[in-house]
Design a protein around this ligand. Structure first.
Ligand code: CAA
Length: 257
C-alpha cells in the first residue's frame, strides 16, 4: 500500500512511525486506519525490528477522530467507524514488539485512545490530553471508555470523560496516563533512547513480557502465574535466549542476542 499519512523511518532496531496530516492536526480518518493496518502488518513482518515508536507531526499527536468525516454518518455508519478504529488499535496493542507513544502535542479523543493502545507513553512538556467527545455530544469510540479506567482508575477516568477537561503533561504523569515527561525539544531523542534500551534486551523475553503481562490482566491470578512459569521455562535450554543471557552474565560479557 502507498502511505500518504504515515511515514516510516527505521533506525537500527527501531521503527519510527510519524502521523503526518498536520493541517487537520493529524485527525483520524478511514485512510489513516487503512494505512495503520498495513503499517502494523509491514512492521510486524520486519524481523530486525524490536521496538515501534509512534509520534505526530506538527503541534498535535492526534486531535481526535476526523469530525468532518463523522458529521454526516448515520447510526450504523457511526458504529462501523467505531469498530474500524477499535480493530486497528487492538491489532496495534497485540503487536508482539513493544509500541511506545511519543506524544508531542494534542492527544485528544481518538488521539488519546491511540496513545492508550500503545504499551506506554512518553510526553513532551507541551503535550495536552483529554477526551472531549462530550463537547460534541459523543462518547469515545475507540475503546477510550475501556482503556482509560484500566490505566488511571475509575474516578480519574470518569472525571476526564465527563468534564472533557484538557490536562497537561505533569497532570498526565501524576495520574499515570504517561510514564515520563521530557523537555519538549528532547521528546524524540529521549523516546528513541528508551526504545534503544529496550531493543538491547533479550528480544524474546521482551515479547514475552508484553504477552504474559497483557494476557495476565484478563486472567485470574493463578492462571496468569501458570502462564508466566511456562513462558519463563520456554527461555531455558541449549542455545536459547536465557542460556545466552545467563552465560554472558557469568562470563562478565555483553550478551549477543
Ligand atoms: N477532526 C477534524 N478536523 C480537526 C480536528 C478533528 N478532530 N481537530 C482539528 N481539526 C482541524 C480544524 O478543523 C482546523 O481545520 P481548518 O484549518 O480547515 O479550519 C485545523 O485542524 C486546525 O485546528 P484549529 O484551528 O481548531 O486549531 P487550534 O489550535 O485553534 O485548536 C484544538 C486545537 C483545541 C485541538 C481544536 O482543534 C479542537 O478542539 N479539535 C477537536 C478536538 C476533539 O474534539 N477531538 C475529539 C474528536 S471525536 C473523537 O475522537 C471520537 C472518538 O473517540 C472516536
Amino acid at each position: 500500500m502507498e502511505f500518504e499519512i504515515l511515514k516510516l523511518e527505521t533506525k537500527e532496531q527501531i521503527a519510527l512511525v510519524t502521523i503526518s496530516r498536520p493541517k487537520a492536526l493529524n485527525a483520524l480518518n478511514t485512510r489513516f486506519f487503512n494505512e495503520m493496518d498495513a503499517m502494523i502488518e509491514k512492521i510486524g513482518g520486519m524481523p530486525g525490528i524490536r521496538v515501534m515508536v509512534i509520534t505526530g507531526e506538527g503541534k498535535a499527536f492526534v486531535a481526535g477522530a476526523d469530525i468532518a468525516e463523522m458529521v454526516n454518518k448515520n447510526s450504523e455508519e457511526g458504529t462501523a467507524f467505531s469498530r474500524l478504529g477499535q480493530n486497528t488499535f487492538r491489532s496495534l496493542e497485540k503487536m508482539e514488539i513493544p509500541v511506545i507513544a511519543a506524544i508531542n502535542g494534542f492527544a485528544l479523543g481518538g488521539g488519546l485512545e491511540l496513545a492508550m493502545a500503545c504499551d506506554f507513553r512518553i510526553a513532551g512538556a507541551k503535550a495536552k490530553f483529554g477526551q472531549p467527545e462530550v463537547n460534541l455530544g459523543l462518547i469515545p469510540g475507540y475503546a477510550g471508555t475501556q482503556r482509560l479506567p484500566r490505566l488511571v482508575g475509575l474516578a480519574d477516568a470518569l472525571y476526564l470523560l465527563m468534564t472533557a477537561d484538557m490536562i497537561g503533561a505533569e497532570d498526565a504523569l501524576r495520574i499515570g496516563l504517561v510514564q515520563k515527561v521530557t523537555e519538549q525539544e528532547n521528546l524524540l531523542d529521549e523516546t528513541m533512547k528508551i526504545a534503544g534500551n529496550i531493543a538491547s534486551k533479550g528480544p524474546k523475553a521482551v515479547k514475552l513480557i508484553k504477552a504474559v503481562t497483557r494476557q495476565g490482566l484478563t486472567m485470574d491470578f493463578d492462571k496468569g502465574s501458570q502462564l508466566e512459569s511456562e513462558k519463563f521455562g520456554s527461555l531455558f535450554g541449549k542455545g536459547n535466549e536465557g542460556e545466552t543471557g545467563m552465560k554472558a552474565f557469568l562470563n562478565k560479557e555483553q550478551p549477543k542476542w
